[in-house]
Design a protein. Structure first.
Length: 123
């Protein structure tokens, strides 16, 4: 399965242009997805140095990326800029479980995401 994953508010807490602190559970669930053979695409609005910082986060956490803001198999098949994926994990996606701190922006609840992935036999 190809899974497009947002960065800010999903893997790390919102602190753009800096890299925020890790969202609890993000690293372990992403690693589990890769171990199960799923392909992860970093799908973010970041560019330039801020994109490089996001990519470094994945490298530092030993999470293999299959694509960065594009699906490698999509090239030449479609003219759309939308990344082709089977699943999108994003703090803005309808139905994604979120933590909503009182004085901060909401971010992904990876324990809830993990439960959804288990229920759908993805992990």
């Amino acid at each position: 399965m190809i899974i497009a994953v947002d960065f800010d508010g999903t893997c790390v807490k919102h602190r753009y242009p800096m890299v925020g602190e890790d969202v609890d559970g993000a690293v372990s669930v992403l690693k589990e997805l890769v171990r199960k053979g799923h392909k992860i695409i970093l799908y973010t609005m970041r560019s330039g140095d801020t994109l490089d910082n996001a990519i470094s986060w994945f490298i530092d956490n030993d999470i293999e990326l299959w694509g960065i803001n594009r699906n490698p198999e999509q090239l030449g098949r479609f003219l759309s800029s939308k990344v082709l994926a089977d699943l999108y994990i994003d703090d803005s996606a309808l139905g994604i479980p979120l933590f909503k701190p009182e004085n901060d922006r909401a971010y992904v609840d990876w324990n809830g995401v993990r439960n959804l992935l288990i229920a759908r036999n993805i992990i």
